[in-house]
Structures are given as structure tokens and as C-alpha cells.
Design a protein around this ligand. Sequence first.
Ligand code: PMV
Length: 367
Amino acid sequence: GKNEEYEASVTSPVNIAVIKYWGKRDSDLILPTNSSLSCTLSQDDLHTKTTIRASRLFEADRLWLNGVEEQVATSKRLSNCIAQARAFRKELETNSQVVETIATKERPLSEWKLHIISENNFPTAAGLASSASGYAALVQALANLFELTLDQTELSKISRLGSGSACRSMFGGFVEWRGGESPSGEDSYAYCVAPQSHWPSMHALVLVVSDDKKGTSSTSGMSTTVNTSTLFAERVKSIVPKRLQKIKEAILSHDFSTFAEITMQDSNQFHAVCMDTYPPIFYMNNTSKAIVHLVHLFNSQLHPETNAPKGIRAAYTFDAGPNAVIYAEEQHIKELVQLISYFFPPAKAQSFRAYFPDAYKIFESSD
Ligand code: PMV
């Protein structure tokens, strides 16, 4: 018959948390111990591109990540996301008078097998949130292919089943993942706090310190932290809620220095909690630490004529790896890049490209 094959293709961006998600209260449904907040980078830059084809003729669900086949059946997270999206498709097919535009009899897509091709344009698993853009792209592509009538918030709950941080990549701009309280996960979803256009001068500079695969996966790291760190409980209970409130206010009022201070403190606390994990986890290396010092140096500069402090103009943050992301406003980027290039020679710079929302530079520097 006709139309034996359907295809959907999407690109999803990376997001970089300023209030970190670290710790699960339910590891099957991926429900977090605390809410978190991130900025989604520009779609044009660090991203995953995913194409899904559905055919009557395919015999199994298959997935290729950067050209290498992954086993769908043995990955619980992958199968959970696909199963959930299929269940919603099935609902449309059995209830097709609800959506007249969907020719569901001709296309019982919920019963067809899928071939999924996913490519990152940046190093996988180097602490650059590849799982976030990866599962966001997977779920968005499934939603498009299946013509699901769910909004981004509902879709964020499906991508959360793949990787917690992925739910935040379902939106652009400044995004909060509300941790929620319900054991079912119905109140654990992402929403947009402010679009990128709210603060167009905000940039993210990605410094690739190393593109090695990270040592401790976020899943295993989080679970050891939850079970062994005593600092962690304090962070979840009394520190994160206050920081979230304050940083949202800072974003809404374009208060960069408060935004930056909270961002750096939360990154530092996340890594302190990792060190308080037993046995300890170290994600930052000596180059990462040198970058921390450099940003504090930059922020403590005085105006050469008036001697007045120039103020906090940059914020670093590190995820589960040694790479740095530096947030700064556009008017300070040039000076910041000059300073960074001075200490990390441009010979090691790999490429020069745009992020949140514009241009920046990826450095490669061995420790
Ligand atoms: O979603 P995961 O399992 O990749 O965990 C992400 C954890 C951090 O990147 C360290 C923090 C965050 O909120 O993104």
C-alpha cells in the first residue's frame, strides 16, 4: 500500500543549570530531590539532531547514537520514553474522532517499529549535557511523528523519564524544573521562567577543558551522594529553595550580579557535595580550578582611573565533568575572552561559534 513510511526530524539544544539538579527521590520515574533552573543554549549551536522513521516493514526498534547502534530493549530509559509516547499515540488512534486530521486507520503508527538516528555536534558524555539534548530531541521527534496533542510541559514529563535534565531542554530561555512532591511524577515538569528574548545580552561561553568521557556517571554519582553525604540533606532542604526564589527574581529584573553570585555558589556547592560523597567524586580538574580563579580575578578588577570596583561581570558553572560554562553579558565578552585566551593560549582553541544567543569559543586544554 501507499505511505509505508513516515519520518520526523528535530534539533534540540543543550541546557546548562545554574541551580543544579543532583539527587533522585525516585530513580525509575526520575523524580528529583530538588527543583533546578537552567538556561537553554541557542538551537544553532550545541545540539542533538534526531531523525525517526516509522515503517510497517521494520522488525524492531533500533537506535544509532553518533553512528553506533545502542540496544533499545536493554535501556530502560529509552524504552520508557518510547513506550510513553506510543501510549499517547495509541490513545489518539483508538479515539480518532477527537483529532480528525490524523488518518489513524491508515497509520497505526503506535504499532510500527522505529529506526532512530541521533547525532550530537559536540563531545558525548563530557559533562556537556548530551543526555539532555538527546532525550529532548527524541521526545520532540516522537511527538512530531505521532502528532501528539500534548503541550511542552506534558512532553517535558516524557523526556524526564530519559534523563532528568532533558525536561528543561523542552523549552528555550530560562527554565525551571519543578521537582514536585507527588510519587506519580505528575507535578514534576519543566516550564519557561523567561524566554531568551527577555535577556538577549546574556551569553554562555563554553570552555571545553577535556572531551574525555567523564569518570562517574550522573546516575551513579547522585545515588551515592543521596546515600552518603550529610551536606546534601541541608542543601536540598534549606539552601536550594531560597536560591531558586532569589535567582528567578534576579532573572526577571536583569540583576546580573545576583544571578552570577548564586550561579557560582550553587556550582561550588554541588561540587562540595560531590566531595562530601563517600567515596568522594571529583569532577573538576586543575584547569577547571584555574578557570574559577580567573573569573574571580576578573570580577575583582578595579577601574584603572577611578579605582571603583567593576563589579561581578562573569559567572562560572561546572556540571559532572571538568568543562566550564561562563555566563556573562555581551558587553563584557570581549574582555573576558582576551583574559581567558591569555591564560589558555589560542593555539588550543578549537573553534569559534555562537551560543546564548550569540558567539563563542571552545577551548581545548589538557590539564
Ligand atoms: O540529567 P542528568 O542525569 O544528566 O543529570 C544532570 C546533572 C547536572 O548536569 C550535574 C546538573 C543539572 O542540573 O543539569
